[in-house]
Ligand binder design. Structure first.
Ligand code: UDX
Length: 431
């Protein structure tokens, strides 16, 4: 098929490369000239395993990039994969998405016949009905359900395994409001995945499809927050949450995944999506108690970590090491990273913070230019009066004699990644 993908960020680039790999002809559209030039040269700016080899293999053949939205008119369907940043109150700012919808609408205005637009960006149902569809209709002069089709097809890609997640998803959610042509086009597009991997397809309404994405992420975030809440209780009673969670996970109804208790969740999705869902609920005069609690517990975890440091050391004027800055291992992404409130809390206490991360230091230095960045965990620990482990980089599990160089060997582990050893005062956050 001939597919266009508007937006060449993290999701859009993954989509474009993976659709090319499934055998489709893909046109990637982005307003940023440099992004387009790099894609056409077979390069990306995104750290994602498996993505660069695909982009370089297909660039110039089945994957073409352009800044010109007019190109979408020559394709069978267009994905909108434009970022939807959060506003201060947690609600999302759909202006980039609407600008893209307008450009796409104008591009297909003169197209004879049907064109399908598929919303990939994460937005609440009202944004689709009240803003995206009217924008597309107005710009194209076409009517939804007639010569214009609009479908909602959310993504569930994790950073660091986005390509694998695309190629073998747990489900494909297609919201069409019963538009048979939209359904047929998307079924044909995903056919290689559906037939090769037996991926279940969920055919539903557009509003439901949009909500599934929020509900999915909120459930996962709340699952982690619940194990953290239980973990805080366990810690007060000297109980190891990880042993409790392992047994809980054996219950099929609970499941073993996402029960790693610690300093909480970050990233580009969980913080933003929980906040947007809460903001939307509140505008509808519903106060979502569970969503509120999930967010609140996530805010509490870094404070509890700081509280444990306080129990052992008065950090004012002292060197304190922060191990890990990325929101999870395997990425340089610091969005929503729990390292930020930990650093802020240490700064408030007057500590001299020295941080180490194998990938994310440069990004953190843009937001926190006033702390020291070490080139290794050993360098960060050298002379420190306390250390906090915030990201579960596997290499941190190997740290051993490095702790001997601390001025005061105290470590508070927020991710159960540090190995205990003789002479080290070790505090697990929830164990
Ligand atoms: C998440 C969803 O998994 C994905 O489906 C969605 O499309 C985007 O958001 P991602 O943000 O890449 O993906 O990271 P994920 O691996 O889910 O982890 C999110 C956060 O939760 C990380 O900060 C991680 O450290 C934390 N986490 C995860 C825990 O604290 N405990 C766990 O058991 C699992």
């Amino acid at each position: 098929m001939n597919v266009s993908v508007v937006g060449s960020g993290y999701v859009g680039t993954t989509l474009a490369a993976c659709f090319a790999d499934l055998g489709h002809d893909v046109t990637a559209v982005d307003i940023d000239k440099e992004t387009v030039e790099r894609l056409n040269a077979g390069e990306t700016t995104i750290h994602e395993p498996g993505l660069d080899p695909m982009v370089s293999a297909y660039a110039g053949s089945s994957l073409q990039a352009t800044t010109d939205h007019a190109a979408v008119a020559d394709t069978d369907l267009t994905f909108l994969a434009v970022g939807t940043p959060a506003r201060r109150d947690g609600s999302i700012d759909p202006s980039g998405l609407l600008a893209a919808a307008e450009d796409v609408g104008e591009a297909i205005a003169d197209k004879d016949g049907y064109h399908l637009v598929v919303v990939k960006s994460t937005v609440l149902p009202d944004v689709i009905d009240d803003e995206v569809i009217p924008t597309l209709e107005e710009a194209s002069g076409k009517t939804d359900g007639e010569k214009l089709g609009v479908a909602v097809n959310p993504e569930f890609l994790r950073e660091g395994s986005a390509v694998d997640d695309f190629m073998s998803p747990d489900k494909i959610v297609i919201g069409t409001d019963g538009d048979g042509r939209a359904l047929d086009l998307l079924a044909e597009l995903y056919q290689p995945l559906i037939s090769d991997w037996d991926v279940p397809t969920v055919e539903t309404g557009r509003r439901e499809a949009a909500m599934i994405k929020y509900a999915n992420n909120t459930f996962l975030a709340a699952k982690i927050s619940l194990i953290n809440d239980l973990g805080n209780i366990c810690k007060e009673f000297g109980v190891d949450t990880y042993e409790v969670a392992e047994a809980m996970g054996m219950d099929d109804r609970i499941g073993e995944k996402f029960l790693n208790s610690g300093v909480g969740w970050g990233g580009s999705c969980f913080p933003k999506d929980t906040a947007a869902l809460r903001a939307a609920a509140q505008t509808a005069n519903y106060d979502p108690a569970m969503v509120n609690a999930a967010i609140e517990i996530n805010d509490v975890q870094p404070q509890r970590l700081l509280g444990l440091i306080d129990e052992h050391v008065d950090v004012e004027g002292k060197r304190v090491a922060v191990l890990g800055l990325a929101f999870k291992p395997g990425t340089d992404d610091i969005r929503g990273s729990r390292a930020k409130p930990v650093i802020e809390g240490l700064q408030d206490r007057g500590a001299d913070v020295v941080a180490y991360d194998p990938l994310a230091a440069d990004k953190m230095a843009e937001e926190f230019p006033n702390i020291e960045y070490a080139d290794s965990a050993a360098e960060a620990l050298d002379g420190a009066h306390a250390a906090a482990a915030v990201t579960d980089w596997p290499a941190f599990a190997e740290l051993n004699t490095e702790f001997d160089e601390m001025a005061n060997p105290v470590v508070v582990d927020g991710r159960r990644i540090i190995s205990r050893r003789e002479g080290l005062t070790y505090e697990g956050l929830t164990w």
